[in-house]
Design a protein. Structure first.
Length: 77
């Protein structure tokens, strides 16, 4: 694994010292889990933002709604 150096606030350091209480093997495992969760949350938020934008465009654009309805007509529900 690659190593990285970064600066933490004291509260983060204290939390990492207790990582085993939360079931992590070591501090690195806790940091990796936190970064993975952050990445997933950012991706989820990006998808949500994208979906909201598409919904807004769909709601405001009659032509898009008509094309969508034409494309799905005849499909089983």
């Amino acid at each position: 694994m690659t190593q990285a150096m970064f600066h933490l606030e004291e509260s983060h350091v204290q939390f990492l010292k207790q990582c085993k209480i939360y079931g992590f093997k070591d501090k690195s495992a806790a940091v990796r889990a936190a970064l993975s969760r952050l990445r997933e949350e950012l991706q989820r938020q990006s998808l949500k933002d994208s979906a909201e934008l598409y919904a807004e465009v769909y709601a405001e654009d009659q032509e898009t709604r008509e094309l969508t309805e034409a494309a799905i007509s005849g499909w089983p529900e």
